[in-house]
Design a protein around this ligand. Structure first.
Ligand code: KG4
Ligand code: ZN
Length: 347
């Protein structure tokens, strides 16, 4: 039986896992950098890559030790090489290449977005393809037709901010701290989602499966502080007003994500929706999708919280490549960018 080491360093989590080729997870280690970026209200790329350099070897060592194996037992090493922050990606890639060379084992390239959807396969314990894949994270809000774990066709995505980015930026405006998503969700529990009328951009446009979240920030800003006011002091705001705004923003984001997910299911005629990425940890969002799944009779897969946010276990998608003999050479490079929305295939 083959053992694979998976490495994840696309953004601000340094992670490694040891997984058997029957998808049994022997260990999973995630070192979060939340505390390092907190005071900046967002991930600072240079700080992230330096922290990855410090953490990558201890994280790999821990993953190996926790799995009760040695490096010599590994059959392959897999690494998320796209998309993400360039400096962060490089750290994981160099560690993986070094291991591949030193241990003389194959190197496998993992697409981080495909891995997020594969988390649904892991959680389900059975095949979940074909499906509509919705990835909602700090950097992405994309919809795909996923025919197999490795065969994704983009159907739509955000034309500006990602859903997680919208949560983070509005949370920062409301003085709720970083990362904004969980903080905004907690605050929204005490709020009235109907108090503020906020836009649901592109939701009524059935001709496309795209999102646009950047206008939400501006709408929130104007409603809280008025137009043309550079000073935005959340500490002067009434706590109930903050809670009501948090609930209203969350409802607007969820409406957009849920609406386009339904449209994608309709367009593809698939009856299965797989959701991945940090925003999939949002409880009201999960509940909305669950009730839609019951109402519209589609199969819904959302991984447990630990598999929604970045981790190396979802790198188990590399086992699909291992089985297909799809290996990377030592010339494997990172690819930081997002795929071009303009290149989205017609449905
Ligand atoms: O997938 P992820 O861990 O990293 C990226 O690849 O970006 O996603 C992080 C994003 C952040 O924007 C964070 O605020 C958001 O996921 N997030 C949430 C929740 N938990 C994490 N957003 C809304 N509600 C949550 N409970
Ligand atoms: Zn991610």
């Amino acid at each position: 039986m083959s053992l694979i080491l998976t490495i994840e360093s696309t953004c601000d989590e340094t992670a490694a896992a040891v997984i058997r080729d029957n998808l049994e997870v022997l260990s999973s280690v995630v070192a979060s950098q939340e505390k390092l970026h907190e005071r900046f209200g967002g991930v600072v790329p240079e700080i992230a890559s330096r922290a990855h350099v410090e953490r990558i070897l201890p994280v790999i060592d821990q993953a190996i030790a926790k799995a009760g194996v040695t490096l010599a037992d590994l059959s392959a090493v897999a690494v998320a090489h796209r998309p993400g922050l360039a400096g962060s990606l490089l750290v994981g890639l160099m560690a993986a290449k070094s291991l591949s060379l030193a241990l003389d084992i194959p190197l496998i390239a993992v697409d981080h977005l495909q891995a997020h959807i594969y988390a649904c396969r892991l959680a389900a314990g059975r095949d979940v393809f074909p499906c509509v894949g919705l990835i909602v994270s700090g950097g992405h809000s994309n919809i795909y037709r996923c025919e197999t774990p490795l065969d994704f066709t983009p159907l739509g995505g955000t034309i500006d901010d990602a859903a997680g980015e919208a949560f983070d930026k509005v949370a920062s405006m409301l003085g709720l701290g970083f990362p904004g998503g969980p903080a905004l969700q907690r605050t929204a529990e005490k709020g009235d989602p109907k108090r503020f009328r906020l836009p649901r951009p592109l939701l009524d446009d059935d001709s496309r499966l795209d999102f646009s979240f950047s206008g939400l920030k501006t709408a929130v800003r104007y409603q809280l502080f008025g137009a043309g006011r550079p000073d935005m002091n959340a500490s002067a705001l009434d706590p109930q007003l903050i809670a009501d705004m948090a609930a209203s923003v969350q409802a607007a984001i969820i409406d957009c994500l849920a609406g386009k997910s339904l449209l994608a299911l309709k367009r593809t005629s698939y009856q299965r929706l797989c959701v991945g990425g940090g925003v999939a940890a949002n409880r009201p969002f999960r509940e909305r999708l669950e009730s839609l799944a019951a109402e519209h009779k589609f199969e819904l897969h959302i991984p447990p919280l630990s598999l929604c946010t970045d981790n190396a276990v979802m790198g188990a998608i590399a086992i699909e490549k291992l089985k297909a003999g799809k290996f990377a050479g030592l010339d494997l490079d990172i690819s930081a960018g997002l795929e071009r929305i303009a290149a989205i295939a017609p449905i």
